[in-house]
Design a protein around this ligand. Structure first.
Ligand code: AMP
Length: 228
């Protein structure tokens, strides 16, 4: 199964991606995670991309496509998270492989800004521990959001591996606005591209605890015949 998880920054792609990986045994290919690892390791690629990440700007298509190419070729069981983010990337992906379904996660900017500012991630690049200290309860455009905090058992320590939790450097108010704007301008057209190609879409609101949203998502995937 080849899946793509899509949505604005902070919507929960990382969390739902990890859950999909665990439930269906998929390899998760997350371009943002790959770049953060390369930056931490001080590689050539890391040096090339670090300024883009720090500013919340998109890494040039040719660099991202090259990274993804190496990871999707000859594979048929993966979930792409954070890629494609431009129509040019989607077109390049089409040449490499055929996606079975897209999972689109919805939210509102107001919620995303609050959630991204409160995100804490595991400092261990090999771990995908992901937490949030925001406690959000509100109604926007008739949709009720009940997003309790996702706290580690020990203060600022990852439950999964015991490493320290940190804030992503690009999770600051200025960069968040930039990333949301770029998402609207450059990434939303990717959805239209796939809709025209009639790739199956599974859409879900990230408006309650991730466990509840995830079970709804799996149910929708079953109904759409994407999983059994
Ligand atoms: P993410 O972890 O998905 O929020 O990605 C973090 C940052 O990595 C983004 O703000 C971009 O700077 C860069 N990035 C990740 N994926 C892509 C992509 N597909 N195209 C361009 N830049 C990307």
């Amino acid at each position: 199964m080849k899946l793509l998880i899509f949505g604005a920054p902070g919507v929960g792609k990382g969390i739902f991606g990890s859950k999909l990986k665990a439930r269906f045994g998929l390899e998760k290919i997350a371009t943002g995670d790959i770049f953060r690892e390369e930056i931490k390791a001080g590689t050539e690629l890391g040096k090339k991309v670090q300024d883009y990440l720090a500013k919340g700007l998109l890494v040039p298509d040719e660099i991202v496509i090259d990274v993804v190419k190496k990871r999707v070729q000859n594979k048929d069981n993966f979930l792409l998270d954070g890629f494609p983010r431009t129509v040019a990337q989607a077109k390049a992906l089409d040449k490499l492989t055929k996606i079975d379904a897209i999972i689109k996660i919805n939210s509102f900017d107001e919620i995303l800004i609050e959630k991204i500012s409160a995100r804490r991630i595991c400092s261990n690049p090999k771990c995908d521990g992901n937490y949030n200290i925001a406690d959000i309860h509100k109604v926007i455009n008739g949709i009720r959001f009940d997003l309790p905090p996702l706290l580690p058992k020990k203060d600022m320590i990852c439950d999964k591996c015991g490493s320290k939790l940190i804030q992503r450097p690009d999770d600051n108010p200025e960069t968040i606005k930039e990333r949301l704007q770029i998402y609207k301008e450059q990434s939303e057209p990717v959805l239209e591209y796939y809709k025209k190609k009639k790739v199956p879409f599974i859409e879900i609101w990230s408006n309650k605890e991730p466990e509840l949203v995830f079970e709804e998502l799996v149910q929708k995937m079953k109904e759409a015949g994407v999983v059994k």
